[in-house]
Design a protein around this ligand. Structure first.
Ligand SMILES: Cc1cc2nc3c(=O)[nH]c(=O)nc-3n(C[C@H](O)[C@H](O)[C@H](O)COP(=O)(O)OP(=O)(O)OC[C@H]3O[C@@H](n4cnc5c(N)ncnc54)[C@H](O)[C@@H]3O)c2cc1C
Length: 285
């Protein structure tokens, strides 16, 4: 069978694309290597998704998945390893299956490799990659921000407005002043320690008692999937219609850039699906 729209990735971006593709009556396949986005499953509490003031990540992604299934999306668990185009059709090669589709929406998220000892163990229990999402959980407490890229500086400044103390560990040559409320420490993070939650950060410049550790590093996009796909600053380049440089290929969610947020992923997923539907209608034989 040739699908109208094949979506790679079953996180908020992919599921929003799938629901909206079905609303446009398109035969829709969603392929995801995880049944539930591990990013969302790690999110203990989400407090900034409009209309749902408090919900766990697992519950939210479960609801999104049920919604897509109720719309008639075909859901398959597989990892897409390669996509190529032949005679105006896209072939998606998975580990176990191969599929064909007229258009593709890429929504594979990003992978950030955990590098600090203890980091992976404490994700959602004090380790966070998003100050907007989790900053408020640490109101009035001491936190650390480990910045591998200068973008982390504005996050440290934001945290200093709400936290009692912010220790900033730049892992690059810091060229700017961060203001009196941010304690800049030139040290390499070595280990994260705690019982149930983060309690201490061990660095080459000493030990720091903190309740939260924010980490900001560049993500690695899944750009090996498709030959010729344009990447900009590490992310898939898209226009306002979520179109990539390749006709018939759209992208949405974290893989297209920051902020890495659910609402952005959902909005972009919807736009990508509608753009794919327009593309199909404009390119009918
Ligand atoms: C601990 C934590 C807390 C967070 N809290 C919040 C919050 O409070 N508020 C907020 O807005 N955001 C929060 N986020 C961020 C939010 O989870 C992401 O922005 C969102 O999940 C991005 O959605 P996405 O669909 O782009 O990618 P993802 O959710 O990462 O989904 C991508 C999916 O694609 C799959 N995939 C990848 N490659 C392939 C492939 N080759 N073939 C098939 N499938 C593939 C992946 O397995 C994954 O399931 C949090 C993240 C974390 C880690």
């Amino acid at each position: 069978m040739v699908y109208d729209i094949a979506i790679v990735g079953g996180g908020p971006a992919g599921l929003a694309a799938a629901v909206n593709a079905r609303r446009r009556n398109k035969e829709t396949l969603l392929v995801s290597k995880e049944t539930m986005s591990s990013k969302l499953v790690q999110a203990e509490q989400i407090e900034n998704y409009l209309g749902i003031p408090q919900i766990s990540g697992s519950e939210l992604i479960g609801r999104m998945r049920n919604h897509a299934e109720a719309e008639g999306v075909i859901n398959l668990k597989d990892e897409v390893q390669n996509i190529y185009q032949e005679d105006r059709l896209f072939s998606l090669i998975g580990r176990e299956n191969a599929f064909q589709a007229k258009t593709v929406v890429l929504a594979p998220g990003i992978s950030t490799t955990a590098e600090i000892v203890g980091e992976a163990d404490f994700v959602g229990r004090g380790v966070s990659y998003c100050a907007t999402c989790d900053g408020m959980f640490f109101k009035g407490k001491a936190v650390a921000m480990i910045g591998y890229i200068p973008e982390a500086e504005s996050e440290a400044a934001f945290l200093s407005e709400i936290c009692a103390q912010v220790h900033y560990f730049p892992q690059y040559n810091l060229a700017t002043e961060l203001g009196p409320k941010v304690n800049v420490v030139h040290g390499k993070p070595q280990k994260i320690l705690g019982r149930d939650k983060v309690e201490r950060l061990i660095t080459s410049a000493g030990e720091f008692e903190v309740s939260g550790i924010f980490i900001e590093r560049a993500g690695r996009p899944a750009n090996e999937l498709l030959d010729g796909l344009q990447i900009e600053n590490g992310f898939i380049r898209v226009d306002f219609a979520q179109a990539t440089n390749l006709p018939g290929v759209f992208a949405a969610g974290d893989c297209t850039g920051k902020p890495w947020q659910i609402s952005r992923a959902v909005g972009q997923g919807q736009v990508a699906a509608l753009s794919a539907a327009h593309f199909l209608n404009d390119n009918q034989d």
